[in-house]
Design a protein around this ligand. Structure first.
Ligand code: CU
Length: 481
């Protein structure tokens, strides 16, 4: 039977009483399974854009003097005259790569896809609590993606202040090329993204609390759902703080306020700003920024729990310990943001407090890693592509996590601050790990989503090429500065 035939069957089970047109079925759908596919496809497109960007700026870094025709073809005469990349566009590519991968791929693409697909299916609900809100959430996310991508085409170039968009580069439109229209579009896009994310999260939370089938107590909830549920709660707590930071930035840029600016000179001219502080922005940014890494990794870990248990033919080891770990990680994630600001002039005592809370996260993280390994132990292992990606996740979560112990300690971190050690750490522990979780989920649930199997042999090639390249890129990166 064709894939389309399956789809018809599934949607008929759910909504046989109203007539679907092409638009209500595929575009403005309120069906969680269709919305999951929309998130997945948008996430993959954004992922391809983000990865291509990283290849371009790495080529520039590897051969800075070299001329590449591809730069000129993709970036045009303005940004790559004679095939040599201009400084501003290099920074812009790094900025938009980070933004797209963190938010659009590993937050919306991962959580959006699997929360939507699995929450109703695994708790025995007909659909999300509000299909309409779910649809609005996806389309706001889509709009924010379009705006972020369109910022690549503005005259003065896309935002290029880094994905953390610290002021003053983000607060003064005249600071550098990307501080102008590109930064405005970045802020508008992120504001919409956050609205979309909050609507999605509220929907997931309400669905899990209210729509569980009879007999499904919270202590029987699958670990995937626990992970999505807690992720949604972290999102609702921390994303509004970034929204407020973005709004205050817009005030500073457009209405002459100085929340984040103080005593600024541009080209010898004194600007009127006074009383604000860029460090305030750092606090607001990282109050989201740190929990964001758990918003990314928890769903991937949840997916992994199910796939490892299924393919070991055993229940997951330590179900309750896993829930406690998820809750502990969620709580701790909101009180550690200062570890991103050890060199911002922070009081050393406060630095040691943030060091302490940060290192505490090693405990629940290690509990999770041990439970995965003990689930695998003496299991009847089915090493299909989904399982390999899940085991790959456990591997990068451990290797990436170990360098987190160094970075979390303020006395050590100050020495490696602003080096590639940090970049290598977070790409392994959250970037690659979450990507593995996403691939694992796709292999595992593809038949459920699209009604056909993925080719296993291509899956093995996919895994081994990815695994070798990921360690090949990010392991040596620890040693350069
Ligand atoms: Cu952090």
């Amino acid at each position: 039977m064709s894939a389309e035939g399956h789809d018809h069957e599934h949607s008929h089970e759910h909504e046989h009483h109203h007539k679907d047109t092409f638009i209500t079925k595929y575009i403005f759908s309120i069906d969680h399974k269709m919305i999951a596919k929309q998130y997945l496809i948008t996430g993959i497109i954004m992922g391809v854009i983000g990865v291509v960007m990283s290849m371009l700026f790495r080529m520039q870094l590897a051969w800075p003097e070299e001329s590449f025709k591809i730069f000129n073809v993709l970036l045009g005469d303005k940004w790559a005259p004679n095939g040599v990349m201009a400084n501003d566009i290099y920074l812009a590519l790094v900025t938009i790569h980070g933004t797209i991968m963190v938010f659009f791929v590993l937050t919306a693409g991962l959580s959006g896809t699997f929360s939507n697909l699995l929450i109703p299916l695994q708790i025995g609900a007909r659909d999300m609590a509000s299909g309409f809100l779910n649809m609005i959430s996806y389309w706001l996310f889509f709009l924010s993606s379009v705006i972020m991508v369109s910022s690549l085409f503005v005259e003065s170039g896309p935002a290029n202040a880094g994905w953390t968009i610290y002021p003053p580069l983000s607060a003064l439109p005249q600071a550098i090329s990307g501080s102008g229209a590109g930064m405005t579009l970045w802020l508008v896009s992120m504001a919409l993204f956050i609205a979309a994310s909050l609507m999605g999260s509220l929907n997931y939370i309400v669905t899990v609390i209210n729509l569980r089938t009879k007999g499904m107590s919270m202590t029987r909830l699958p670990l995937t759902i626990w992970a999505f549920f807690v992720t949604a709660i972290i999102g609702v707590i921390s994303f509004p703080v970034l929204l407020s930071a973005a709004l205050l930035l817009i005030f500073d840029r457009s209405f002459g306020t100085s929340f984040f600016l103080s005593d600024i000179y541009i080209a010898g001219e004194v600007l009127h700003y006074q009383g604000g502080s860029p460090v305030l922005f750092e606090h607001l940014f990282w109050f989201l920024g740190h929990p964001e890494v758990y918003i990314i990794i928890l769903p991937a870990l949840g997916i992994t729990s199910e796939i490892i248990a299924t393919n070991s033919r055993k229940p997951i080891f330590g179900y309750r310990a896993m829930i406690m770990s998820i809750l502990a990680i969620a709580f701790l994630s909101t009180i550690v943001w200062g570890h991103h600001m050890f060199v911002s002039g922070m009081n050393p005592f406060l630095g040691s407090v943030f060091t302490f809370t940060t290192l505490l996260i090693a405990i629940p993280s290690a509990v999770k890693a041990f439970n995965y390994i003990t689930t695998l132990w003496k299991g009847n292992l089915q090493l299909n592509p989904a399982m390999l990606f899940s085991i790959g996740l456990v591997s990068t979560f451990i290797t990436g996590g170990l360098t987190g112990i160094i970075l979390g300690d303020s006395t050590l971190d100050i020495n490696v601050h602003d080096t590639y050690f940090v970049v290598a750490h977070f790409h392994l522990v959250m970037g690659i790990s979450a990507l593995y979780g996403m691939f694992a989920g796709i292999y595992h649930w593809f038949p459920k989503m699209f009604g056909r199997m993925l080719n296993k042999n291509l899956g093995y090639v996919h895994f081994w090429v990815t695994a070798v390249c990921a360690y090949g890129v990010f392991f040596p990166m620890h040693f350069i500065d």
